[in-house]
Design a protein around this ligand. Structure first.
Ligand code: CP3
Length: 355
């Protein structure tokens, strides 16, 4: 018996045996605030670092179902979380489209960047499903091995964010290349169309394999100028969401247009997503008035507060709960867990949310 069960709380299940996260995203009212954390699997966990040290490359980890399942399960074994997120990466799409992608220790991803029309023409969807088959196999294994109350989240990067990596060749400081491509849209429009199609197929295959919720990561929404936002951020995500709901009307979609500011509001309405994941810069009182009337809200503790832990973290978590638990709400961070996070702080955090 775990210490939680000892206190009369059943681990990972609510009284009716339903999945708390899935229920809230489907618009049901439940007692428990669902909780999961972006990047809940990763380098802050010693057991992740151990598995990572045993493989040649990060992508090998993503494409080996046995290892990807294990790494997805690590935070689920350690903590009382309401969701498992598939262990993979948003850059498996360019990799599957034939663009060379390598992850370097301490440097992040490096891609053979797109230079011209030829490079765009050479991107091919032909082998994508075959290339990503190990990802779908990972999902199938997870869906039969997860505890019954834990929701399985599949994901992809949004077209704009994935395009930034493809054009910049990796992490960028000023996004100057991708912005030139965006302004001269001859190549950018077809690239975004290819990515919208690839992302749709990838997400539909994830759902077919057993993903119960989809999260779309638009990490770099905040660098798109206001007058271009609808075309490159909102519209592609709207199309992907529509395609998902045509085939799977009951699968909830969470979108994370990080840094979108007041554009979160129109974005949430126009895309028809069930939930938006909100970054730490968005004021909580604004969220109550402008987002919660229309969508479920997920967020938004600053990941550095989780690094700090202790009383300062308890206060800041409590403030978020006091304000956002009045509406539909999923607790999460405003961005992913950072590697230097002490893993004990995650237990402290969960205790406050569950109290
Ligand atoms: O637990 C989880 O969240 C699931 C796995 C997951 C990873 N990446 C694993 C990963 C998810 C959901 C992602 C999404 C992702 N990948 C995003 C969107 C979310 C965000 O953080 O903004 C982005 C932009 C990427 C691209 C990416 N992957 C970068 C820029 C880097 C290098 C920077 C870094 O954090 O190291 C990665 C590598 C990566 N993806 C790691 C992990 C665990 C670390 C690599 C390693 O272990 O060697």
């Amino acid at each position: 018996m775990t210490s939680l069960e000892h206190k009369g709380i059943q681990r990972n299940t609510d009284k009716s045996g339903i999945k708390p996260l899935l229920s809230v995203l489907q618009g049901k009212k439940i007692e428990r605030t669902p909780l999961w954390l972006m990047r809940q699997a990763g380098r802050y966990l010693p057991e992740y670092r151990q598995i990572r040290a045993g493989v040649e490359s990060f992508l090998e980890l993503c494409y080996t179902p046995k290892l990807a399942v294990e790494v997805t399960m690590q935070p689920i074994r350690r903590y009382d979380l309401d969701a498992a997120i598939l262990f993979s990466d948003i850059l498996t799409i360019p990799d599957a489209l034939n663009q060379n992608v390598t992850f370097y220790e301490g440097k992040g991803p490096v891609l053979k960047r797109l230079e011209d029309k030829n490079d765009v023409i050479h991107l091919s969807l032909d082998h994508m499903t075959y290339h990503l088959a190990p990802v779908y196999e990972t999902i199938r294994c997870l869906s039969s091995s997860l505890p019954p109350a834990v929701t399985l989240i599949g994901f992809a990067g949004a077209p704009w964010t994935v395009a930034t990596y493809m054009i910049e060749g990796g992490i960028s400081r000023d996004f100057s290349r991708v912005k030139q491509w965006m302004l001269d849209d001859k190549l950018f429009q077809p690239l975004i169309e290819i990515l919208t199609e690839a992302t749709t197929q990838h997400l539909l295959s994830q759902i077919a394999a057993g993903a119960e919720v989809i999260q779309i990561f638009e990490t770099w929404a905040g660098i798109v100028p206001e007058d271009e936002f609808r075309r490159w951020v909102t519209e592609p995500i709207m199309k992907i969401t529509k395609a998902i709901h045509e085939s799977y009307p009951s699968i909830p979609v969470i979108a994370f247009p990080r840094g979108a500011g007041i554009q979160y509001e129109a974005f949430a309405i126009e895309t028809n997503v069930q939930a938006v994941s909100v970054d730490s810069s968005v004021p909580l009182t604004w969220i109550i008035d402008h987002l919660q009337p229309n969508v479920v809200v997920q967020g938004n503790l600053d990941p550095s507060v989780l690094v700090a832990g202790g009383n300062i973290m308890r206060e800041k978590v409590q403030r978020i709960l006091d304000i956002l638990e009045r509406g539909s709400f999923v607790f999460n961070l405003g961005h992913g867990i950072v590697p230097k996070t002490p893993f004990e702080h995650v237990t402290q955090l969960i205790d406050v949310v569950r109290a």
